[in-house]
Design a protein around this ligand. Structure first.
Ligand code: UT7
Length: 333
């Protein structure tokens, strides 16, 4: 069977306007700018105003329109929208169909959400690549984004300092014959034994959010940060090792690392494993914190836009998230 290759045609990103910085958090919980910077590398994060035009799919529309414009395509040539997210506007319908409608796409393209928490974007890109490789689809809009702030307990200093909102997007399309740009390899993994390390208990079908639940705080994100830290660094290193092997690449051949932005110390550990200087790592965590499936596409877009990432370069993506899910991907841009 003939296999096609997929190419990133264009990227986009959109961040909510409101900035919440560490000084603001000092007034909300017992913490300090110094502690947050030293332990996580985060200085500020963005918070979406969902009641005033900043629903997840509004942010998604802005990011996607930028990606579509940068790709130079007609939006009605998109065969599918894949939306990596764990924070849909509402439980039903999915975010991808709402986004299709907000984008004014009228070609009845397929529309699917992908939930693998913070690894969601690499999962979605891997699925998109497989559909393009086999010739089932030619052009896929891959969006990754979250509005996490309503799911954060703003009284819990162990989690509220970490998370933020935002969306990134890419248009992935069948590469012309002979084009060097392609996804070189990817590896996805999950270790469900870690499902109780990062979770939201209420809000699903087992425990709906009722009046009795609200005072318990079970509708918010809960996390065992130190345990996740260890599993995350191990999974990101192992997946990246597998991807290098699959792609036939040596560590020095990597031009850039774009890791999930959860903690600067996790990022530094993965960079060290890949023997990459920090000036070869795209870091956005200081400005945006952890916006889950949005971190990688936003960082990718920023580095393409400011000229750091250039065509022909080789990039490693690496992520991990609740579940514990994880994934790495090597791309020739
Ligand atoms: O996308 C996946 C999302 N999750 C993650 O990636 C989480 C990965 N883990 C982490 O990023 C880190 O574990 C944290 C940044 C969450 C925490 O850093 P840590 O170095 O692992 O701190 P810790 O949890 O071991 O806490 C150390 C101390 C504790 O006090 P005691 O018990 O030593 O007296 C905490 O109570 O720091 C205290 N602490 C804080 N102090 C000031 C916890 N949160 C705060 C805070 N401000 N916000």
């Amino acid at each position: 069977m003939k296999l096609y290759q997929s190419k990133i045609l264009g990227t986009g990103a959109y961040l909510p306007k409101r900035i919440l910085n560490n000084k603001d958090l000092e007034a909300m919980v017992e913490t300090s700018d110094e502690w947050i910077m030293e332990r996580s590398g985060i200085r500020e994060r963005r918070i979406a105003d969902t009641k005033n035009g900043e629903e997840l799919t509004d942010l998604g529309k802005n990011a996607a329109e930028m990606a579509i414009q940068n790709a130079g395509i007609d939006r009605n040539t998109i065969d599918m929208i894949l939306f990596a997210t764990l924070t849909q506007d509402q439980p039903l319908p999915n975010a991808a169909t709402t986004l299709q409608s907000k984008l004014g796409i009228t070609n009845n393209c397929a529309a699917l959400d992908v939930d693998a928490a913070c690894s969601g974007y690499i999962y979605a890109l891997t699925l998109a690549n497989a559909l393009i490789q086999t010739g089932q689809m030619k052009t896929i809009l891959v969006v990754g984004g979250e509005v996490l702030s309503p799911l954060v307990n703003w009284k819990d200093r162990t989690t509220c300092i970490l998370f933020g909102d935002g969306v990134g997007a890419m248009v992935l399309s069948q590469a012309p014959e002979g084009d060097e740009s392609r996804i070189l390899a990817s590896h996805l993994a999950a270790d469900g034994a870690g499902k109780d390390l990062l979770y939201i208990k209420a809000g699903g079908t087992t425990t709906p959010v009722t009046e009795e639940i609200i005072p318990t705080g079970e509708q918010y994100i809960q996390m065992k940060g130190r345990d996740i830290f260890k599993l995350a660094t191990r999974a990101m290193a192992e997946n990246s090792r597998i991807v290098l092997e699959q792609a036939g690449l040596q560590k020095p051949e990597l031009d850039w690392l774009i890791p999930h932005q959860a903690n600067i110390r996790i990022i530094e550990t993965v960079a060290k494993f890949l023997e990459m200087d920090m000036n070869k790592v795209i870091v956005t965590i200081e400005k945006y914190g952890n916006n889950s499936s949005a971190t990688i596409p936003i960082a990718f877009h920023e580095a393409v836009t400011d000229g750091r990432i250039k065509r022909g370069q080789t990039i490693m993506l690496a992520a991990f998230g609740a579940g514990i899910t994880s994934g790495s991907m090597a791309i020739r841009y």
